[in-house]
Design a binder for this molecule. Structure first.
Ligand code: AMP
Length: 449
């Protein structure tokens, strides 16, 4: 094959049919668990005013400083230019929507979930893309450790449903209130006075702009210094400690296994109190499959009234990777049940109808409607891995019959044309037909979206 002229942009990938089977399966698990817990689906635009992310996530976080995909709009009548950004995550946009649509008037908490693409202009590497998919849950309007516990337990259930929970490690921490964090940041800055020159350049910069990020540093020199630095827990208020202790009690009651981790801070500014991440057992933080936390100050940063919230986002690509590594098979819904082969203009017309009727009955049907010989059509049926082939040649048309071939058994029989559909339905089993009733669609969702 020659080199294609165009390829997907760096850091993006096509979701080919094989991976879609995983994606559909994951979305199903997410929707199922979300509905059980009363969450409602929301979709926000893929791009928002850049300020939403700068204010919400924080100007000096990696996501905003380095990874935002910005999109410049056209100048408006006054010559002003608006700058948008592709969403790097869902929370800030969903909170914007909560404020914009006055959702504080709804019964609280408002529980929302979203599934879709996110964008981060990061250096692409394994498990790190510039366009990727997340599933996301937000519980807005009430603050109680039982809400954090239920959210965490629901995400565990999803990973359990997908059979990858044993590969993951739930890390959990409490990073206190904004005031607790402020006090800790001051202490951390004081601690590093006179020690700056021992820090690598990037961490010196972090110390100036966002000292909490030093805790995430992978630099050896920084890690050594941090060993004697004040720890977060010394600055946690009694209230935060109590909140965390209660949360852990609730998690125990829900049989959720976790690893307390005082170093866990997460890379976004808006978090307060609870933070948690699902780490890969073998590689740790680097390829976390999901993470979340409480963000009680975010709404105010976005111009709303003080409103607490807690959320979680899982990465679909990394979830798929784990499922494959764990050998989890997902049902192949794209299986071809029947291949219809035909020869001659009369047969072709009859087959058009037959194919349409089979599909309508819920039989996955592929028809060879070209002019190829019957032999090559049969080869095609093999390639499609069809379970049965219905074969209508000139002779069969005259006799009002059709040939039904079981592809695996390699056996075939001639049957009356009118019996073709009932026989195929019988062979496949009514319960295996891919049918739906419109009732399932009220609410606007199909299996594929
Ligand atoms: P975060 O809120 O940054 O922890 O993101 C939540 C989850 O989204 C992560 O745990 C990953 O599974 C996934 N994720 C984040 N960034 C990327 C990326 N660049 N490529 C693929 N997945 C990502």
């Amino acid at each position: 094959m020659s080199e294609p002229t165009f390829r997907t942009p760096k850091g993006t990938h096509d979701v080919l049919p094989e991976d879609h089977q995983y994606m559909t399966y994951i979305k199903k698990a997410v929707r199922h668990r979300a509905r059980q817990a009363g969450y409602k689906r929301i979709d926000t635009p893929m791009f928002e005013d850049k300020g939403i992310f700068e204010r919400g996530i924080g100007e000096h976080t990696d996501i905003v400083e380095k990874e935002l995909f910005t999109v410049t709009g056209k100048r408006d009548g006054e010559g002003k230019e608006r700058t948008y950004a592709l969403r790097p995550e869902f929370t800030a946009g969903i909170c914007r929507s909560y404020i914009e649509h006055g959702m504080q008037l709804l019964p609280q908490p408002v529980e929302l979930y979203a599934i879709g693409q996110c964008f981060r202009y990061d250096r692409p590497q394994k498990g790190r893309y510039r366009q990727f998919h997340q599933f996301d849950f937000e519980v807005i309007g009430l603050k109680d450790p039982s809400l954090d516990a239920q959210l965490i337990s629901m995400t565990c259930n999803i990973f359990k449903d997908l059979k990858i929970l044993p590969r993951l490690n739930l890390q959990i921490n409490n990073i206190g209130s904004q005031e607790n964090r402020q006090a800790y940041v001051t202490a951390l800055k004081d601690f590093f006075i006179g020690k700056e020159r021992h820090l690598p350049e990037q961490d010196r910069e972090r110390l100036k702009l966002n000292p909490l990020r030093l805790l995430d540093s992978k630099e050896e020199d920084t890690r050594i210094l941090l060993k004697s630095a004040p720890t977060f827990s010394q600055f946690l208020s009694d209230e935060s400690k109590q909140y965390h202790a209660t949360l852990l009690e609730y998690l125990d009651a829900l049989n959720v296994t976790y690893v307390p981790n005082e170093q866990l801070v997460r890379g976004l500014d808006y978090y307060t109190q609870t933070v948690f991440e699902f780490w890969d057992q073998s590689t740790g933080a680097q390829n976390a499959v999901g993470g979340g936390g409480r963000y009680d100050g975010l709404m105010e940063l976005l111009g709303g009234k003080p409103t607490p919230g807690v959320g979680f986002a899982g990465g679909i690509e990394r979830t798929i990777w784990h499922m494959k590594e764990a050998g989890v098979q997902v049902p192949n819904k794209d299986q071809v049940d029947v291949f219809v082969a035909q020869l001659g203009p009369e047969a072709k017309k009859a087959c058009l109808q037959l194919v349409a009727e089979l599909r309508d009955k819920g039989v996955h049907t592929v028809g060879a409607l070209g002019e190829a010989s019957l032999k090559s059509q049969m080869r095609l049926a093999d390639k499609f891995e069809a379970r049965y082939t219905l074969l209508l040649g000139k002779l069969e048309v005259k006799e009002n019959t059709i040939i039904l071939r079981d592809m695996k058994a390699g056996k075939q029989k001639q049957i009356a044309f009118k019996d073709a559909i009932p026989q195929v339905v019988d062979l496949l089993g009514k319960e295996n037909l891919d049918t739906y009733v419109l009732r399932d669609h009220i609410g606007g969702e199909t299996d594929e979206d």
